[in-house]
Design a protein around this ligand. Structure first.
Ligand code: DGL
Length: 265
């Protein structure tokens, strides 16, 4: 295949990373993407990091087998589990993501920042390292939100139950003085408007998806490949139920094609 037409591979535990894929699509409409949602094993937040690292390896082998020219880990939890290993062992670029502690520390005026993420991300050595580097002088409040991952997987972006659960996570952070909230899980981008509504005016909500898309653009340009040579197609694979995945993903992004089954091994 012409190197300029090779796709970029993206993966997440489920539909959450589609928020990152959408940001990439906005920035580079012609780029071909292959997306894997590991929904047979969602939520990653409930697994240990060694298990997630094994899943990441299988998925990336599949993407490399489909000629991916770069990998985007569209998942904070999988980044904590597998980014270092993948970077060490792959010969193609790996773009990963982590909670935006650095920009939040720069933006906060109260000196209090809230992080909505999975328990796995918040307990990881990688997150502890982020706090060491960028958290000095501010107070970082962490909030694991596994139920919000489940709601997004079910396509429940609105309604009384979703509003109630968002409030249960966001209100204590705001009441404690946080003026900046980090979406530290890609699923939560799809809840952004409701989170902003709950947080109220004057509270900044930071999503990392657009920054990841810009980083991918820099990486592809560094590779000297014309980043706009593809046809703009998105192929979707899931390790879970294809019709359920297709139904949810098309609620989040109506133009997507139906999902195909990720081959076992
Ligand atoms: N979307 C993922 C993240 O960014 C993981 C959610 C989950 O599967 O628990 O952390």
């Amino acid at each position: 295949m012409d190197p300029m037409e090779r796709p970029v591979g993206i993966f997440d535990s489920g539909v959450g990373g589609l928020s990152v894929a959408r940001a990439i699509r906005r920035l580079m409409p012609q780029l071909d993407l292959i997306y894997v949602g590991d929904s047979g094993h969602v939520p990653y937040g409930g697994h240990d990091l060694a298990f997630i690292s094994g899943r990441a390896r299988l998925i990336v082998d599949f993407l490399v087998g489909r000629d991916a020219r770069a990998i985007v880990i569209a998942c904070n939890t999988a980044t904590a589990a597998a980014a270092s290993d993948l970077r060490r062992t792959l010969s193609i670029p790996v773009v990963a993501m982590e909670p935006a502690v650095k920009p939040a520390a720069a933006a906060t005026r109260t000196g209090i920042v809230g992080v909505l993420a999975t328990a796995g991300t918040l307990a990881s050595a990688r997150f502890a390292g982020l706090l060491d580097r960028f958290g000095e002088g501010i107070s970082v409040l962490t909030e694991p939100c596994p139920d919000l991952v489940t709601l997004v997987e079910q396509g429940e972006l609105e309604g009384p139950e979703t509003t109630r659960r968002i409030a249960a996570h966001v209100r204590p952070l705001v009441d404690a003085g946080a003026d900046t909230l980090i979406l530290g899980c890609t699923h939560f981008s799809f809840l952004r408007l409701s989170i902003e509504r709950e947080a109220g005016p004057g509270i900044a909500v930071i999503d990392t998806g657009p920054a990841v898309a810009r980083q991918l653009m820099r990486v592809l340009a560094r590779d000297a490949a014309d980043r706009s040579a593809g046809s703009g197609r998105v192929d979707i694979f899931t390790s879970g139920d294809t019709s359920a995945f297709s139904a949810t993903s098309r609620r989040l992004w109506p133009e997507l094609p139906p999902a195909s089954q990720l081959p076992e091994d």
